[in-house]
Design a protein around this ligand. Structure first.
Ligand SMILES: C[S@@+](CC[C@H](N)C(=O)[O-])C[C@H]1O[C@@H](n2cnc3c(N)ncnc32)[C@H](O)[C@@H]1O
Length: 378
């Protein structure tokens, strides 16, 4: 578990944590996806919520800040990024009302976030509530009091593995139109998984005892099986579950996985696109060092997509809408762009046909209603 030391500055009254590349990436993805979520949901829901279950310190410093002995980078953490996004979209009349709840177990972190808001003149335009306490306890108390809740985006971003229970994640996903972006701290999980005293914690994290059979597997197999198990358990209550691997370039091991849970295929498509946007088109983070060259990675991706089409769709006539839904579930690491490119490649080779459902002439691009005719391929 990383212990982050808060740093003081001569030019601001609040403290910051060191900004790591993978944290920056997480923020870029969140900052790209969250405004899209707000605007899409706002079309039919004039009240929305953002819940940040592990608020953090609120700001991060860079090497330059250290060299200059002044905090200038203003690289903010998830609660500040979310409030700034909400303020911007409200001022532009793009969203109506978004309430924010920020939870953190450390009262100093809550105070630091409040200092940032004050000192940086970020006045939340909607209601912001801070709760100092344990996420699991507080969120369950909060949900106990509510009969129904507006569509809510949850960020669940702990330092370790022991602060989340799958029963709570399930409870959240049972709320109508809720969505979760969750940090599955694989590095900490694999480090502690064989400690007998922590057995109950791991049972709560996975919601079953199956993890025990993987604890002694070789490194790579253990990772694949534990991640697949957590995904499978999440799929019992969430329609679309996508894990994004964030790899430590020095060791080829993951720092952690970010899991996105939603019940709507548009959310899944947009989150994968947001992740790929900052990762050279891929849904895994490799740091600056790409082990496999991009050409190889791209052709493997296309090949895997073709293989899935042959295996699961041979002999079918299927609308693109339905095809996309199924492909998103069959493959974690294909974005919609990958899926479309593969279909266009197969169409060009005359392996499949794509035609508008109403018999009109096909235009460029693929519409949700278009029918894909896939002969028996091998
Ligand atoms: C990784 S940091 C969050 C970073 C933040 N989401 C961001 O992007 O800037 C994790 C935070 O969780 C808090 N924390 C640890 N255990 C907790 C618990 N059981 N409930 C709520 N917060 C907790 C820590 O104090 C820390 O501030």
């Amino acid at each position: 578990m990383t212990i982050k030391k808060p740093k003081d500055w001569p030019n601001v009254s609040y403290k910051t944590w060191r900004y790591e590349k993978q944290t920056k990436m997480k923020h870029q993805v969140l900052d790209n996806y969250f405004p899209q979520w707000l605007q899409i949901l706002n079309k039919y829901n004039k009240k929305l919520n953002y819940i940040d279950g592990f608020g953090g310190l609120g700001a991060y410093h860079t090497k330059n800040d250290i060299e200059n002995n002044a905090y200038n980078s203003k690289s903010f953490g998830s609660p500040i990024l979310a409030i700034k996004t909400i303020n911007r979209l409200i001022s532009e009349n793009k969203v109506t009302k978004v309430n924010v709840l920020i939870i953190d177990k450390d009262k100093n972190n809550i105070a630091n976030i409040q200092k940032i808001l004050f000192e940086e003149n970020i006045s939340p335009l909607n209601y912001v509530n801070f709760i100092n306490g344990d996420f699991d306890v507080k969120i369950n108390e909060f949900l106990d009091k509510l009969d129904n809740i507006a569509p809510t985006f949850f960020l669940i971003d702990p330092f370790g593995y022991s602060q989340i229970k799958i029963s709570t994640i399930k409870r959240i996903m049972e709320l109508e139109k809720s969505e979760i972006f969750l940090n599955f701290m694989y590095n900490a999980i694999q480090r502690w998984i064989k400690k007998p005293a922590l057995e109950a914690r791991f049972n709560e994290l996975f919601g079953c005892e199956d993890w025990k059979q993987y604890a002694d597997e070789p490194t790579k197999a253990k990772e694949e099986k534990l991640v697949a198990l957590f995904k499978k358990e999440c799929e019992t209550f969430a329609e679309y579950v996508t894990p994004f691997r964030l790899r430590n370039p020095k060791s080829d091991r993951p720092y952690y996985y970010l899991f996105h849970l939603c019940n709507d295929d548009t959310g899944c498509v947009k989150m994968r696109a947001s992740f790929a946007r900052f990762n050279k088109g891929f849904t895994d983070y490799c740091g600056s060092d790409q082990q496999m060259c991009l050409f190889d990675k791209n052709s493997t991706k296309k090949q895997v997509c073709v293989e899935k089409i042959i295996k699961y769709f041979s002999g079918q006539n299927i609308s693109y809408k339905e095809f996309r839904k199924q492909m998103l579930k069959l493959s974690d690491y294909h974005t919609e762009r990958d899926i479309i490119r593969t279909l266009q490649h197969l169409e060009k080779r005359k392996s499949i046909t794509i035609a508008p459902s109403d018999g009109r002439k096909r235009k460029t691009g693929i519409l949700k209603t278009d029918i894909i005719k896939i002969p028996h391929l091998s």
